[in-house]
Write a protein that binds this ligand. Sequence first.
Ligand code: NI
Length: 187
Amino acid sequence: MPARPVLRIGHPLLLQVAQAVAEFNTPELDALVADMLDTMTAVDGAGLAATQIGVLQRVVIFGSKNNPRYPDRPPVELTVLVNPEIQPLGNETGSDWEGCLSVPDMRGWVPRYQRIIYRGFDPQGQPVEREVEGFHARVVQHEVDHLDGILYPQRIEDMTKFGFEKELFKESPEDSLKGTPEVESSC
Ligand code: NI
């Protein structure tokens, strides 16, 4: 299965609301998921929504490895989630730098719910439900936003904290290492 081109901000499909997957365990769904996994691997991303390869179906994938630069950030198990739903747990939000494969080379300071429950299905139709927080919760909120036609710049409240990664973090590289996502955090 080939990696596919990732659509970039400005492409009209990124603003569309994706449709729920109607049937599980089909060759079509398996092929879509395989293409998404190959695409995310090829660009070393932390997540990908089907919308980003131009398929308006409610399918997201995400996962991250342990990163020695972020010892407090536990790795996120590679997950395929079909027809995802998010339920915030409480009103607590937190902000962090986000990147997106559809907004290359840029970063923004984005508020998200700190703790959520997410529910959905794997490609075979088995239910998935997890209670998560922090980075894991952030990635899932970012991906589900893609399915609703929302890109992270639309979530930024302070537009002075949006720009090219190399411009934002060049002043004090020491400080900027803290809380600065690596390229692999784009999703
Ligand atoms: Ni993204």
